[in-house]
Structure formats: C-alpha cells, structure tokens
Design a protein around this ligand. Structure first.
Ligand code: NAP
Length: 286
C-alpha cells in the first residue's frame, strides 16, 4: 500500500495510474503537480487527485512514491526541481517513452538519490492527452517495462513493480538500450509513418476529396497521427539514432514495393504481401 503518491504531470498516463490505484484502494493520498492550475483543479474534481501543488519541491515532500509523467523534454527540469526536497525514503519513477535520455537526466540531477530512481515505461496509452483522458483500466493486461541500472536499489524496484501490478499490468525488466531499440521499432516508427502519411495526403491539391472517401483502413492506420505533437517531438529527439536506422530500413522496403510495381513484378508483390499477412496473422491477440 502507498500512503502518499505524487504525480508530476497529470495527463493521460499519470491520471490513469492514479485512478487505477485509487479504485483498488492501493493508495491513500495522491498529490498532483503541473504548470496549469486549471488542469490540477480538474484532477481534483474528477477524483484523480486529492490535492495539488504548483511547486514540485512542495509536491514531493513526505511522499512515498513520485511518478514523473511529463513529456521527455521536461524530465531534466523536473528532476532538478526535485533534488532539494527529496528524502531517502522516497522512491521515484517515470513513464517516459524512451529511456536513455531519462536515465542521463536523472543521473545528472538526482545525485545521491539516483539509486532510488526506477526508470519505467507503460506500454499502454492512446492518442488522447490531458487529465480528462485518464481511465482506470488503461494498464489492465498491458506490459510495463522497467529498466533499472546496476546501482538501482532493489527495494525501490520492488515497490514500483508492485505498484504497477496493482493496476493489472504485467511487469518486465529490460536494459535501457534494448528498450529503446525495441520501442523504436514497435511504437516510434509506426507513429512516424502515420504522421508522414497524413502530412503527405494533406498537401495534395484534392485533399478534401481524398479525406472524404477515407474508410476503415485509413482510419486504423492514421489514428495515432492525432497523438500529442510535443510528446512525439520529444521522443524523436530522445531516440533519434534508433529511429533513423529504422526509417532507413523502411525507406528501402517501400522502394522495393515501388520497384516491383514499376516492373510489374506481381510475384514479388504477392510474396511480400503473403509473408506480411502471415506475420500479422500470428499477432491477432495484440
Ligand atoms: P499528457 O496527457 O500531455 O500529460 C502530460 C502532463 O505533463 C500534462 O498534464 C502537463 O500538465 C504536464 N507537463 C507538460 N509539460 C510540462 C513541463 N514542461 N513541466 C511540467 N509539467 C509538464 O501526456 P501523457 O500522454 O500522459 O504522457 C506523459 C509521459 O508518458 C510522456 O513522457 C510520454 O512519453 C509517456 N507515455 C505516453 C504514452 C501515451 O500513449 N500517451 C504511453 C506511454 C508513455 P501541465 O500543462 O499542467 O504542466
């Protein structure tokens, strides 16, 4: 049981965690912190928060667990503001979608408290943002990846592991490098494809006509292009190397399709589509 939890950045991910832990009775008090008082007031109204602070060092005083759920580009400044009032019994975790830069930022700013920091990433979410997007069931049957370092306190890892399991999620451990490579492929690249497809079509002269006739396939493929631009800008900045390598590979794949179409190579096209269908069919339970 967590007596006092602080959530820095009360948006989709932070508020969903709070709602889930409150619903199961695993947390007694949740204090929120962010830049917008209206957002935090809304959090209290919606029962996501018990109270709030606009000042990070005030928000984390006397807490058992602090969850940092701000965009990746804001992590460093949040960690810096935490340092002066962290105490040795508080465990800190984050939910950032890329882990190497978060670890670097935490290492620089948390100093002696760094072993109390457990890097984490819930593999759950949606294209919606803000406190009102929070849902208690978001993490049910989803995976949470923790990427502790060698000097991360084992008891801190156990506290964060247990907190996430309370939400109905499954927790896995992974190295930071592995996490960032895998997530670049399964999450970051697909978002780049969705953003670029919508961007490309929106620049065509007959875009109104095109979007008018967009059906299920277009909707499914591009839903994630409605995701928060700040979050995705920050992910690209944080995981650029892994992402660039994948974009290069994808460009080659697309060129192969273009070449086969150009040369009317129906056999090559059929084989590629058949193999992809086979792979996708194996993933029906996703
Ligand atoms: P969100 O709904 O936009 O919430 C982020 C919150 O952070 C906002 O409520 C905002 O509140 C606060 N914030 C923004 N900039 C800040 C700053 N510079 N300093 C302090 N607070 C700031 O975003 P989210 O989807 O919950 O994402 C939060 C984190 O989770 C990100 O690191 C993201 O990579 C990660 N994540 C997202 C998903 C997803 O599908 N969305 C999935 C897994 C992980 P104020 O405006 O009041 O400050």
């Amino acid at each position: 049981m967590i007596n006092h939890l602080a959530i820095i950045g009360v948006g989709l991910i932070g508020s969903s965690l709070s709602l889930s832990l409150k619903q199961s009775g695993y947390v007694k008090r949740v204090t929120g912190c962010g830049r917008s008082e209206d957002n935090l007031k809304k959090g209290v109204e919606l029962g996501v928060l018990d109270d709030y602070q606009l000042n990070i060092s005030e928000a984390i005083k006397g807490t058992d667990v602090v969850v940092v759920a701000v965009p990746l580009g804001a992590m460093s400044s949040v960690f810096q503001q935490m340092q002066s009032s962290l105490d040795e019994s508080t465990v800190v975790t984050d939910v950032g979608s890329a882990k190497a830069t978060v670890l670097r930022d935490a290492h620089r700013s948390l100093g002696e408290f760094f072993p109390q920091f457990v890097p984490g990433h819930p593999i759950a979410g949606s294209e919606n943002s803000g406190v009102e997007a929070g849902v208690a069931s978001l993490y049910q049957n989803r995976k949470i990846i923790l990427t502790p370092e060698q000097d991360t306190s084992q008891s801190a890892v156990a506290i964060i592991d247990k907190m996430w399991r309370q939400t109905g999620a499954e927790v896995e451990m992974m190295s930071v490098e592995h996490h960032d490579r895998v997530l670049a492929a399964t999450s970051h690249l697909p978002h780049m494809l969705a953003f670029s497809l919508v961007s490309h079509l929106s620049k065509m002269s007959d875009q109104d006509e095109i979007f008018n006739y967009a059906a299920g396939g277009f909707r499914d493929f591009t839903r994630i292009a409605s995701s928060d631009p700040v979050m995705w800008r920050d992910i690209c900045m944080a995981n650029g190397d892994a992402l660039l390598e994948l974009i290069e590979g994808f460009k080659n794949e697309l060129s192969e399709i273009a070449k086969a179409i150009e040369h009317k190579d129906s056999e090559a096209l059929f084989e590629l589509f058949r193999d992809s269908k086979h792979t996708r069919d194996q993933l029906r339970d996703l």
